[in-house]
Design a protein around this ligand. Structure first.
Ligand SMILES: [Zn+2]
Length: 87
């Protein structure tokens, strides 16, 4: 039996949830991207939770799911520079 999906308030910590809610994502480090899966992987600097950002929403994922995602053939690690949205 699969575990029920976590409620939003049970995912990550208030810091990373606030990041998704506000869109500022200051506490969220982009680990990498899969364009094939239309998913970006983030980790919260505060609580260490892993997050997948899908096209329409973000959800917390387990460390093992994050590791699997990083091993996906389409995964492109973030080179280190934060995405900059220049004006
Ligand atoms: Zn967090």
């Amino acid at each position: 039996m699969n575990a029920a999906p976590k409620e939003w308030k049970e995912q990550g910590c208030p810091t990373c949830r606030a990041g998704w809610e506000s869109g500022s994502r200051v506490a969220l480090r982009n680990i990498g991207t899969s364009y094939e899966l239309h998913t970006r992987l983030f980790q919260c600097a505060q609580c260490g939770a892993y997050w997948e950002e899908l096209e329409r929403y973000a959800q917390e994922v387990s460390a093992s799911d994050a590791a699997l995602f990083e091993q996906h053939k389409s995964f492109v690690p973030n080179a280190g520079s934060q995405e900059t949205h220049s004006k």
